[in-house]
Write a protein that binds this ligand. Structure first.
Ligand SMILES: *Cc1c(COP(=O)(O)O)cnc(C)c1O
Length: 237
C-alpha cells in the first residue's frame, strides 16, 4: 500500500518549490510557512514527516486529529496542529486541547465557544478568520459585516484567550487559474483593508494555497500554504 518513505522527499520538493515561488515573487526567503495536511493519513505518515523536521500539521476533523496527534505531540514536542475544517461548536472542547491554531473560524458563536473552552483549560489559541472567496466553496464568512462584527469583538477584548492572527481561504475547485488567483487576490485585499480598520490586531497571516495552487497563492501574498496530497499522496476516503 502506501510507502511512507517518499514523504521526506516530497517535503523537500515542496519546500524547494515554495522557495522558488518566494524568489519569483520577490518575497523574502522563509516568508511562507508549510502546513502539512495529514487528514485521512495514518499516524505513521505524520511521524515520517515529523522525523524529517516538519513541525506544522493540519487536520480537518477534530475526532481524527484527537486520536492521531497526542502521542505524536508527546514524541515530537515541537509539533503544532492547525484545525482547518468546518468546526461544529460541540467539537471545540476537544479541538482546543490539541490545536495551536484554528484556521476555520467562520462565525462569532464559534469564537465565543473557543474562548469558553480555552478559559476552562487556561490556554491561549490562535485563530484565522476563514473567508468565502470562491464560488463553490461552502465554508467561511460570506458577509463582511459579520466578519467585522467578529473582529470588533476581538478588538474590544471580549475573548482574552483568543488571538486573531489573520485570514484563511479556499480557492474554488477549478482548473481556471484566473479564478483561483481572483480568490487569493480577494483575500489579500480584504485582509489589507481589515488590518487598516483594526490596527490594534495583528492580522498578518494569510493561509491560502493547497497542493494544486500554492505557487499562485505565494505570488498573491500567502504566508501559509496548506499542502496535503503533494506530501502524503492521494487520500483514501
Ligand atoms: C484537505 C485540505 C487541504 C489540502 O489539500 P491538498 O489538495 O491535498 O493539498 C488544504 N486546506 C484545506 C482546508 C483542506 O481541507
Amino acid at each position: 500500500m502506501s510507502s511512507y518513505n517518499v514523504i521526506p522527499d516530497n517535503l523537500k520538493i515542496i519546500k524547494d518549490k515554495i522557495a522558488a515561488a518566494e524568489k519569483n515573487a520577490g518575497r523574502k526567503p522563509g516568508s511562507v510557512k508549510l502546513l502539512a495536511v495529514s487528514k485521512f493519513h495514518p499516524a505513521e505518515a505524520v511521524i515520517e514527516a515529523a522525523k524529517a523536521g516538519q513541525i506544522l500539521f493540519g487536520e480537518n476533523r477534530v475526532q481524527e486529529a484527537f486520536q492521531k496527534f497526542p502521542p505524536i505531540c508527546q514524541k515530537y514536542p515541537q509539533t503544532e496542529l492547525h484545525i482547518i475544517g468546518q468546526l461544529q461548536t460541540n467539537k471545540v472542547k476537544h479541538a482546543v486541547l490539541i490545536a495551536t491554531t484554528i484556521e476555520s473560524v467562520d462565525r462569532i458563536e464559534l469564537i465565543q465557544e473557543i474562548e469558553k473552552q480555552c478559559a476552562r483549560i487556561d490556554k491561549k489559541i490562535n485563530i484565522l478568520f476563514e473567508v468565502h472567496t470562491g464560488e463553490d466553496s461552502k465554508s467561511g464568512y460570506t458577509s463582511r459585516d459579520l466578519l467585522i462584527e467578529s473582529l470588533q469583538a476581538c478588538k474590544d477584548g471580549k475573548f482574552p484567550h483568543v488571538i486573531p492572527a489573520g485570514f484563511m481561504t479556499m480557492a474554488p475547485f477549478t482548473d481556471d487559474k484566473a479564478l483561483i488567483r481572483k480568490s487569493f487576490v480577494t483575500l489579500r485585499k480584504l485582509a489589507g483593508e481589515l488590518q487598516e480598520q483594526f490596527p490594534s490586531l495583528n492580522l498578518t497571516e494569510l493561509s491560502m494555497g493547497m497542493s494544486g495552487d500554492f505557487e499562485i497563492a505565494i505570488e498573491e501574498g500567502s504566508t501559509l500554504v496548506r499542502v496535503g496530497t503533494a506530501i502524503f499522496g492521494e487520500r483514501e476516503y
